[in-house]
Design a binder for this molecule. Sequence first.
Ligand SMILES: [Zn+2]
Length: 441
Amino acid sequence: MSYARNLSHVNRILIVGAFFVLSLMSSLCAESSSPRYIFLFIGDGMGFEQVRLADEALKERDGSQTRMTRLPVTGQIRTHSANNKVTDSAAAGTALACGVRTDNGRIGQLPDGTPVEPVSLKLLKEGMMIGILTSVTANHATPAPYFSHAGNRREYESIAMQFIGSGVHFLAGRGLAGGSDVNDRVISAYRESGIAVVTNFTNVTDVPKEQRMALLVPSVGSPKQQQGDLADATALAIERMKDNPAGFFMMIEGGAIDWVCHANQGWACVEETLAMDRAVEVAYNFYLQNPENTLIVITADHETGGLSVDGEKLDLPMLKHIERQRRLFDAAIPDEIDMLTMDAVMNAIREYLGITEITEDQLTSLEDAVKKENRYDLVRLAVNVAQTAAGITWSTGGHTGVDVPVYAIGAGAERFRGTYDITHIPVKLFEAAVGRVLFTE
Ligand SMILES: [Zn+2]
């Protein structure tokens, strides 16, 4: 008994000693390169193949490649959630914001519902200004854990309302999820509490820098380089927060990458990934002016679609063409698909997607979708037949459990090398910025 107690006592001394050495080392590291300006980009659903496909598109266009894959530090993370080998964006967002594993669906909470403070709000307490930006709705699962807690990711109104008390300075998205009533109630509550709500990008400069701002404009979600896209919102956030003496932390989500990968849209995936990469470029230009104290980290919450790119067969102009034809094919399929014969389906595939040959497996899955009256899956699977001929395949309309990439540059970037757990991202960010471990209890 006493031997066991002695052993555990020795263990405790060793653990405390190791912690002391580790925190000494990390504070020494932090002293030499502690970032004051931190950018965390999250490509929702962006696996290695999504990035490679975007790189292939740039190579073909002008011989270039994405900014993210030109950064010097690379790593990869494991993404599973507490209760599932395949995470959703709520649990992965919580891991990336709070450094803890939770069950799918939960926002900023442990599996038992205990709220956990995110790295964003910890950095706010350190004096940093905080910006949360996304190309999808601002109260969606990935941005939400940076300023709110919820037992269910669909508590859109509660999530949006918690932005008021969070103290986060800048919120940007293509509006709010939850419908027009939720939007109306939330926007008037924001205004009543002194938050400037801007719904048109041309009015952004009217808001004084000290005032908190919610930029809720549809163009933030546009991959077409309209004025006010994610890259413009990133530039605006920098402009509003760069003069803060303690610096800033920004989370910028390429949220629609996930949405188009759920629908298995190859060319749209290229466009969405490049839209986020243009925002990375904005951060990179800021880094070039402030290389000593800027940190840029780009990662993903999970992969979506099980995308696989066949380099030999890849035909990007054809992929782009298929995206256009997809709309025509979609319009040609009636809503009541139980009325459809396989002959009619095959005719539509031939006419709109130009496909004349189909494998036994592909035919079976199309028949299955018709039998189940799943119109969405029928369109997705039919277009996949065409995309296979253009060199890309998808294994699912959902998420997968594969590792996802990490790219980094700047002060503290070395910490992000290697293969590690998704929960380590905010821990590493906090340690890089503050020189202390994230969890002090
Ligand atoms: Zn998703």
